[in-house]
Ligand binder design. Structure first.
Ligand code: FES
Length: 152
């Protein structure tokens, strides 16, 4: 694990989000109501750059006492980031997926130290990201070569 200063807490937008590159890894940093959270920029679905997605209020269905729907409304308390690859939504306060309790973003420790924002990079983060999101062209190179004359 390694502590890295990523900037001044006072200069961070509130509410706001930044994706910072540190040692070849990407960390998504979020601020809401002055509280900071940070996550590895890797979606648990298929490795997409989840922290770079749209930020929206959670959409909640309002249910009447007789269990009928009263429609939908934006939450005033919960904010989600939407993965740009397939649209999975995660709570930026907890990293929890909205519909699947087994899916969550991997948290990165973040704290304010003497006015600086400090993230603690977890061990193995770079390797985990590389496995989840192979470099461009790697997927093509892994495909079997096309063969001529095999009747297809
Ligand atoms: S990779 Fe994020 S939703 Fe699929």
């Amino acid at each position: 694990m390694r502590d890295v200063v990523i900037g001044k807490a006072a200069s961070f937008p509130n509410p706001g989000r930044r994706v910072v590159e540190v040692d070849g890894t990407e960390v998504g940093v979020f601020c809401r109501n002055g509280k900071f959270t940070a996550f590895e920029n890797v979606c648990p679905h298929m490795g997409g750059p989840v922290c770079q997605g749209k930020i929206i209020a959670r959409v909640q269905e309002l249910i009447a006492p007789d269990k009928t729907s009263l429609g939908f409304a934006f939450s005033k308390d919960q904010t989600n980031v939407v993965c740009p690859w397939h649209g999975y939504e995660f709570d930026i306060a907890t990293g929890q997926h909205q519909g699947n309790p087994r899916l969550r973003l991997r948290p990165v420790k973040i704290e304010v130290v003497a006015g600086d924002l400090v993230v603690t990079l977890p061990a193995g983060m770079r390797e985990r990201i590389a496995r989840a999101r192979p470099p461009r062209g790697a997927a093509e190179a892994a495909k079997p070569a096309a063969r001529d004359g095999d009747g297809e």
